[in-house]
Design a protein around this ligand. Structure first.
Ligand code: SF4
Length: 214
């Protein structure tokens, strides 16, 4: 855990097209108090790992990108809610970026029992995807991996963006010049990560799945 001036982050991507509307900077935080069976990124569950960064420096970096929005994932973003609220506020002092956030908690829980930091972060979020990943309810839905998870539009910023069939947004697969492969997005089928790694025959650089794999 950190004070609000620092964040423990697991990874980031400056231009993701499958985790929210448009092209988004995605920030995966390190540490999660939940233990969902089938979590696609178990290496991001322990607290104390990852990289510790200064919130204000990260905000300046994100604000300087061409991203349409910011997506917060992990790990559990609301485990570092105060620092993330500060991050979003600092970014929006420069650019009015859209903010989407994944969480394993329910919106009702965060709003009523999450505490002041959670409420502060919620007040800055445009789209919240909530609920734990339940493998028995696996589904290929827009930005979610199980049918219990819900998309909440907390503001009207994206009112016109969620029209059409509620189907998965697909995966973004990237091959680096050294041949390493990484993928981003919500796994469309259970066990996708293991199958993908087996199919390509190499170890991906870093799986960058989503809270929807809860
Ligand atoms: S899927 Fe998300 S909420 Fe569940 S254990 Fe993994 S990081 Fe935590």
């Amino acid at each position: 855990m950190t004070g609000d001036g620092h964040l423990d982050i697991a990874d980031w991507h400056p231009a993701c097209r499958v985790l929210g509307p448009g092209t988004r900077y995605v920030l995966w935080v390190q540490g999660c108090p939940l233990s969902c069976a089938g979590c696609v990124s178990p290496q991001w569950i322990p607290f104390g790992g990852g990289r510790r960064v200064a919130v204000d420096d990260l905000a300046a970096t994100i604000a300087a990108t061409a991203a349409d929005g910011l997506t917060l994932s992990g790990g559990e973003p609301f485990a570092q809610a105060g620092a993330l609220a500060r991050l979003v506020s600092r970014i929006r002092a420069v650019r009015d970026l859209s903010v989407m956030c994944f969480t394993g908690y329910s919106l009702d829980h965060l709003a009523s029992r999450g505490g002041p930091a959670a409420v502060a972060l919620l007040s800055l979020v445009d789209i919240l995807v909530d609920g734990p990943y339940l493998a028995r309810r696996h589904a290929d839905l827009r930005w979610r991996g199980s049918a219990n998870q819900r998309v909440h539009q907390l503001t009207d910023r994206h009112a016109g963006d969620l029209v059409g069939p509620d189907v998965g947004a697909g995966l973004q697969i990237e091959v680096a010049v050294d041949g390493t492969v990484q993928w981003l997005g919500v796994p469309p089928v259970p066990g996708f990560r293991a199958e993908f790694e087996r199919a390509i025959g190499v170890i991906p650089q870093q799986p960058q799945g989503e809270e929807s794999t809860r």
